[in-house]
Design a protein around this ligand. Structure first.
Ligand SMILES: [Zn+2]
Ligand SMILES: [Zn+2]
Length: 156
């Protein structure tokens, strides 16, 4: 029979549970939505990027089911919704892949940090196999001790 100290300590009332912020994945937690939310709008100008982000935010972004025709090379190479040009064309002409104007590109196509990171991880994974990491994260343990073993110390 231990008094439930843990519950008593929680005296702060929750204020304003419903701070309004629109989150589309609140209503639709499909993989597709997650994918779209994680999408990087590269190769477009600031204005187009904002438009794309707006569409994503309000669930108006519709991914392409099949590649669209590029206005430059006339191949069906456009894989991004609302883009009028494929990546190689936009990159070569240094224009926005969505509106086709010569604007400043927010995130250039050639920036692909993920790739290098992956190959590096693979190399390190092999190394790690031989020496298992010994350190356990003791963050959780500390937290438990603070709550339970108060040792006559008054915890405020
Ligand atoms: Zn093209
Ligand atoms: Zn644009």
């Amino acid at each position: 029979m231990s008094s439930q100290k843990g519950n008593v300590a929680r005296s702060r009332p929750q204020k304003h549970q419903n701070t309004f912020s629109f989150k589309n994945d609140k209503f639709d937690k499909t993989v597709q939505t997650k994918k779209i939310n994680a999408k990087l709008h590269d190769g477009v100008c600031q204005r187009c990027k904002e438009v794309l982000e707006w569409r994503v935010k309000y669930s108006k972004y519709k991914p392409l089911s099949k590649p669209k025709k590029c206005v430059k090379c006339l191949q069906k190479t456009v894989k991004d919704s609302y883009h009028i040009m494929c990546r190689p064309c936009a990159y070569e002409l240094e224009v926005c892949a969505k509106c086709g104007k010569k604007e400043d590109i927010v995130i250039p196509f050639n920036k692909e940090p993920e790739k290098t990171e992956n190959s590096e991880n693979n190399q390190r994974a092999n190394h790690r196999r031989s020496c298992k990491r010994n350190e356990e994260s003791d963050d959780d343990l500390d937290f438990d001790i603070d709550l339970g073993d108060t040792d006559d110390n008054q915890v405020d």
